[in-house]
Design a protein around this ligand. Structure first.
Ligand code: N01
Length: 509
């Protein structure tokens, strides 16, 4: 196997060619690399800007970081993990898992670490991608963009933020050298990350202000430690873990009814969330502030058993007045109250609909994905391929997200499509394939029609699922198994293709 070393001294300035170039080594990149290797491909590389695999599970190391999707679903289907210690895994364990799997399947040495992609341009004459990186130029027949939608922190543009003199960092870039013990700390944001950070740091800080713009819906969290007999059973009883996994998967598909099919069904979960809040917050004023004003499911549903009890602590304040400005040592809200703080945690989410990936790729007509998205909202076909961007697969691309089940399920569905596309390319002697514009337009017309009645568009909130035009470009509005089904086979009819020079004439099956 081709050992690639990220040693600057060993850098070669001539372009390196590879058949498949994977960008990013989170669950998408590592999973694709493993499948390629399993299918007998050797001519591929993974470029990773960090120094380790893991992607979002490497970067999000904030206190309390954990997965809110059950552990049994949060692994590759080909590498179930009977050793999970909890029913909802914590970040270090997930990071260990992906690292261990990348080693076990021998794809770690296909990685070039410390290699940041700065741009990628389709060369139509050559039928290849030219990928610029911090370690020189790569030429690839096919590119798999696996950077994911949650990789670039959203840093809020609050007046005076740059004048702040205390410690300030984003949840996904946690400063582990910062000592919050005994300090006055502010957390800005009340999304999935804040849900985990707030209860974790509250006991150690002197005072915590939680700045909430929109109150989230929070459902009970039933996470627990696995007992040893359970783990042994998963390990030694053939098929048991897969059976449990299938059961959990099937139950969670039920959320599709509450979000996409019959949003009115979410009222039951709203009742559960209200009872939970009533039990955990006794102060009516705090309860009023923490009560959401949109329908459950409109934003990502959150689970926690310790967030409300933390808000109810005497040394924690929930601040709901908007932030007017940040000064050298304080935060000022719209009612002109100034609160002194020693440290600020920005739990403000990620640049999603304007993902950095969209700026990187320049397609056949010289425009980037972002430039096209500015005009018509980003569109893909089957969440994976885009017109004007031949030979490119975008992992967790537009409208492929599922916020109730494991994204690894979506990733593996997309990998099936990629593997079948590569096999088709080889069999048909293709140099390039590009999804037809009319096919993509019709696919998205149907998708938007299906989207119209979902709680994401009708639930009275603005979430990061929607872009600036109010289009939901993130989520898949149906059961995840339907997405898997449409990604099972590469449908050549939907594509324009060019033949490889000197390719043998393809013979139909
Ligand atoms: O980010 P978010 P997150 N001033 O975008 C607020 C995944 N994840 O990092 O709601 C003030 O959800 C913003 O307010 P509002 C998961 O997919 C998964 O928490 O827009 N506030 C919101 O409260 C998740 O959905 C796990 O009004 C500002 C918060 O910041 C995704 O990551 C765990 C602001 C951002 O919430 C992102 O979660 C953690 C401003 N200028 C995360 N800008 C798992 O367990 C933003 N906000 C799998």
């Amino acid at each position: 196997m081709n050992q690639q070393v990220a040693d600057p001294a060993a850098r070669d300035t001539s372009p390196r060619h590879t058949h498949v170039l994977i960008i990013g080594s989170g669950f998408s990149g590592v999973g694709t690399a493993i499948r390629l290797s399993h299918e007998g491909y050797t001519d591929f590389l993974v470029l990773e800007r960090g120094n380790d695999v893991g992607g979002t599970w490497r970067d999000n190391s904030y206190p309390g970081a954990a997965c809110d999707v059950p552990s049994q679903l949060y692994s590759y289907s080909f590498a179930l993990n009977p050793n999970w210690s909890r029913s909802f895994s914590k970040q270090p364990e997930i990071h260990r898992y992906i690292r261990e799997v990348s080693e076990r399947y021998g794809v770690r040495d296909k990685h070039i670490f410390g290699c940041e992609v700065t741009g990628a341009r389709w060369n139509d004459a050559a039928g290849q991608w030219e990928v610029q990186t911090s370690q020189g130029l790569f030429i690839a027949d096919v590119v798999v963009a696996g950077a994911g939608p949650l990789s670039d922190p959203n840093l809020p543009d609050i007046k005076g933020i740059h004048t702040y003199e205390g410690e300030i960092f984003h949840s996904a870039r946690w400063d582990h050298t910062a000592d919050l013990q005994g300090k006055r700390v502010a957390v800005i944001g009340t999304g999935a990350s804040a849900m985990q950070i707030v209860p974790s740091i509250a006991p150690e800080v002197a005072h915590l202000d939680v700045y909430q713009r929109t109150a989230p819906w929070i459902l009970p969290h039933f996470g627990r430690r696995y007992l040893l007999p359970e783990r042994l059973a998963y390990k030694y009883i053939p098929g048991l873990q897969r059976l449990i996994r299938t059961g959990i998967y099937s139950m969670r598909e039920g959320f599709v009814f509450t979000q996409a099919k019959y949003p009115v069904a979410a009222r039951f979960f709203e009742l559960v969330a209200r009872v939970k809040m009533w039990l955990e917050i006794r102060d009516p004023e705090l309860r009023r502030k923490a009560t959401p004003n949109h329908r459950l499911g409109c934003k990502r549903m959150l689970i926690s058993s310790d967030y409300y009890p933390t808000l109810a602590r005497a040394d924690v304040d929930l601040v709901t007045d908007g932030i007017k400005e940040i000064r050298e040592h304080s935060i000022v809200t719209s009612d002109d109250t100034e609160r002194e703080v020693d440290a600020i945690v920005l739990a403000t989410g990620f640049n999603v609909s304007d993902s950095a990936t969209y700026d990187l790729f320049t397609g056949r007509d010289g425009r980037t994905i972002a430039e096209i998205a500015d005009i018509e909202s980003v569109q893909a076909y089957k969440g994976t391929v885009l017109n004007n961007f031949p030979n490119l697969f975008v992992m967790l691309g537009p409208n492929s997200g599922t916020n109730y089940t494991s994204l690894i399920y979506v990733i593996e569905s997309q990998i099936n499509y990629i593997i079948d596309a590569l096999a088709t390319m080889k069999k048909q002697g293709l140099q390039s394939f590009e999804v037809r514009r009319d096919v993509q337009v019709e696919y998205n017309r149907q998708l938007r029609q299906q989207m119209a009645s979902t709680v994401w568009l009708t639930g009275g909130c603005h979430s990061w699922f929607l872009d600036e035009k109010g289009t939901n470009t993130m989520l898949w509005p149906d059961f995840s198994f339907r997405l898997r089904r449409i990604l099972r086979k590469f449908d050549l009819d939907a594509f324009d293709t060019t033949a490889r020079a000197n390719a043998p004439v393809a013979v139909a099956d």
